[in-house]
Design a protein around this ligand. Sequence first.
Ligand code: PLP
Length: 283
Amino acid sequence: METAYFNGKFIPKEEIRISPDDRGFLFADGIYEVIRWYEGFFYDMSSHVTRLKRSLRELRINWPDADLFPSFAFDLIKLNNLENQPAMVYLQVTRGAARRTHSFPSPEVPPTAYAYAWGFIPDSKSNETGIKVMLKDDIRWGRCDIKSVALLPNTISFQEARENGLKECIFVRNGLITEGTHSNIFFVINGTLFTHPESNYILSGITRKNILRIAQEAGIAIREEAVQENRIRFIQEAFICNTSAEVTPVTELGGNTLGEGIPGPVTKIISAKFNNEIKALKG
Ligand code: PLP
């Protein structure tokens, strides 16, 4: 039996009942977070809580329990016997249930909060040998910095990648490469690491932030600057990153082979340092 968190309580997942008037259902009026459990700890929980609070603030959803996320996420791991395996916790908070109208409910209604945990097998083959990804016009809205559950452009674009036998779809906005449907992307050009700067056109990934720190500590030159799609031929290496995929090399981008078509040396250094950090945290 799967135990989930629902509005402050732990209950069997199948007993959860959400109103058809919930604004998450009607308008995708909600936000989410995803964090990874590494057989003993959550990686960078404090950054996830900070981003969770920011998403809530940006959408003006008043949910008082954001600071309890570390505690109930851990309870979900324990209640579902996931302590000793790689696992993830998903949390979603919506503006709650109210008669449908575009403006926010007045008076305010309680938000709906739902979280669950699941065990997973990391895709170590992709981490080692790399993946091929497609490129596509960024059809998303102008607030990609909010971790909103309104993800239709992301889901249809990822589906398109899948149907083409590719592992991710990378967006291009006004000629600039932004990020993936559920990942950030880095490039290596002549030894310098490039990634799109924090802005309303990308999600500030927690993995992205930690990779920038790790690269800086390793003395790798960094430029938080978008790479133009028409400069792909100058890219020697690329990798995507997110909470579950960590550092995943990209060997082909929009049909273009990058470098030798295998994970490059800078990518390997960053990936190794990221893995070492996880090992050290495991103790
Ligand atoms: N960008 C998008 C659009 C995402 O959905 C995600 C994560 O799912 C990321 C970037 C990476 O974020 P994080 O490293 O915090 O998982």
